[in-house]
Design a protein around this ligand. Structure first.
Ligand SMILES: C[S@@+](CC[C@H](N)C(=O)[O-])C[C@H]1O[C@@H](n2cnc3c(N)ncnc32)[C@H](O)[C@@H]1O
Length: 283
């Protein structure tokens, strides 16, 4: 069967009595160029092992398994398991791992299943867990690249530059740990059921952080507090949201010590500015 042919998919799903779950973000691909181009962009190749999140009925799994040595696909919905057993029966290098990506020990899974291979992550992510899933893939700290299809707005936020409306705490988090890049867009018509929004394929390549940070926990606390009240100045947002007892005067001094204007807003700060500010605030 053709895993991206709408009639074949409908017949397959009906035969298994499958019902789409909104809460599991199930929008399946129905255009064969999409899984092909995502697999191609992901870097799946001989010597590479892939962790996929949410195989659905397996179109991306198949394309990845045609390129990489091994694919391990984490799927939460157990009603998809018999379907995947059928659609991937001719792909012995594709293994389904039933479970929740947010509760999976990803470094452990990579060590156990992809030993000796270069690990990458790839997924058409369920919309409802975009941020925690990307965070989990980054925190795993074991992937050479992370290629995900997500809502276009979120992809733009992840890649946003300082001073733009899209720039926020999650942009800083992703750009601190990785080099993110939007590769191409995918319209709603490529999915069943069709989502309301356009998707983008985003590749993130983990990197050494672009600025030196002694205490990453404190750094990200400062970043979150700076964006907590976007309409306020950095000084006011930090003084009402930092919540660690730092006095307003000490915050004003730290901002001045970094050479930043006193009325600057958090959204104008680069990662290096945040690194300098969090250092100054700890003094
Ligand atoms: C957007 S669909 C993508 C399906 C398929 N890869 C495709 O492109 O057609 C998301 C998939 O993730 C699965 N899923 C949802 N939440 C999950 C979770 N927490 N852990 C693992 N898989 C999950 C859904 O059941 C579904 O199969």
């Amino acid at each position: 069967m053709d895993l991206c042919n709408i009639n074949d998919i409908k017949a397959l799903l009906a035969r298994h009595g499958f019902r789409f779950s909104k809460s599991m973000g199930q929008n399946f691909l129905i255009e064969d160029w999409v899984p092909r181009d995502i697999a191609e962009a992901s870097g799946a190749a001989p010597g590479v092992g892939v962790i996929e999140v949410g195989p659905g009925i397996g179109p991306l799994t198949r394309e990845l398994s045609l390129r990489a040595d091994k694919v391990v696909s984490i799927e939460l919905d157990r009603s998809l398991l018999p379907i995947l057993a059928e659609t991937l029966s001719d792909r012995p290098n594709a293994e389904i791992f039933p479970g929740d990506v947010l509760k999976t020990d990803l470094p452990g899974l990579v060590a156990e299943k992809l030993a000796g291979l270069s690990p990458i992550a790839c997924a058409n992510l369920p919309y409802n867990i975009t941020t925690p899933a990307i965070t989990a893939l980054i925190e795993a700290g074991c992937f050479q690249s992370i290629t995900v299809m997500i809502q276009r707005e979120v992809a733009r936020r992840i890649c946003a530059a300082p001073g733009t409306g899209d720039y926020g705490a999650f942009s800083v988090y992703c750009q601190y740990h990785t080099k993110p890049e939007i590769l191409f867009d995918v319209p709603p018509s490529c999915f069943i059921p069709a989502p309301k929004v356009t998707s983008s394929v985003l590749r993130m390549v983990p990197q050494t952080p672009p600025a030196e940070v002694d205490d990453p926990k404190h750094f990200f606390r400062v970043v979150r507090a700076a964006f907590a009240q976007r309409r306020k100045t950095l000084l006011n947002s930090l003084s009402s949201s930092l919540g660690d007892g730092t006095f307003k005067e000490a915050i004003a001094n730290a901002i001045a010590a970094c050479g930043l204007p006193e009325n600057i807003r958090g959204e104008r700060l680069s990662i290096s500015d945040f690194a300098a500010l969090s250092k100054a605030l700890r003094r």
